[in-house]
Design a protein around this ligand. Sequence first.
Ligand SMILES: C[S@@+](CC[C@H](N)C(=O)[O-])C[C@H]1O[C@@H](n2cnc3c(N)ncnc32)[C@H](O)[C@@H]1O
Length: 308
Amino acid sequence: MERNTEFNERIRALAERIHEGFDYISVEEARREILLWISETRQINALKLRLEPPELTEEEWSDLDNFVIRRSMGMPFAYILGRTNFYGLELAIGPGVLIPRPETEELVDRCMDWLVNRIENGASNLRILDLCAGSGCIGVAIGRSLADKMRNREIHRATLDITFSDLSGYALEYARMNGDVYAEPGLSFSAVEGDLMAPFRTSNAPPFDLIACNPPYVHPDEIPLLSPETYLHEPREALFHSNPPALYIEILKQCQAFLKPGAAMMMELSPYIHEVVKLLCEQEFPDCETRIETDLSGKSRFLIFTCK
Ligand SMILES: C[S@@+](CC[C@H](N)C(=O)[O-])C[C@H]1O[C@@H](n2cnc3c(N)ncnc32)[C@H](O)[C@@H]1O
């Protein structure tokens, strides 16, 4: 019991240090994060950790101190841990690559529905592009979830060829690593570095069944709306664009030549620009269908684009 009290007091003191350094996190949140850190790094069940606090060595307390220093500077938990969870999968992550967001899982849901339908309609060799891939979370989640469905005989077998593409070679290192972890026979991942579709133009790449894309869509005027963790630590090139609506049109224009007949583009977008993006799409691509869909919180968040 005495050990429990001492452990809890030390944890509380560390939580207070995090809060003092970065008051965006409350002491209570910081305490929970410290326990999560211990449970993740020492593989101790979260409940057991609370019932029977472990006896940490001085080296382990000092390791915890390093966590506290970084967290009190606002560094995101996922960066310090070096991994995060997305669509039920553990992904490697680190400074320099965007931390995948929950709303992007909803983009994956839409891609999944669409691809399952395409497979059920006879497609046996699917090529998918995760454009602006960052950690590769979208491509990995699609690939792994489709492969699981095939294994469980929920859908027909099809080969899945998934490409990550990003301007940042650093982010692509993470995408490569994540793809490598989840690749299996019939599911392959590759990575291409460059500005939007430029690398595909030069290599004459064959077209895709689906292009999924979560581009940088925050206008610099929206900085006050971002959390300080994001603003201070996540890569600028993954967040900001000076003219997001124009970027969407540019992406759609560049991608058109790389879509198989009946293929789709599914993109995440900012709820602040959905109306103007839809209007521009209708002007620029009158023969294609542009649909905006809402996320679970009711925000207009996804652009579904198909051409005949
Ligand atoms: C919003 S992040 C999305 C990352 C990941 N797909 C996700 O959903 O978490 C945007 C990504 O686009 C990349 N990017 C920015 N400008 C680009 C460009 N012109 N061409 C290709 N990739 C670009 C950034 O490096 C960043 O990894």
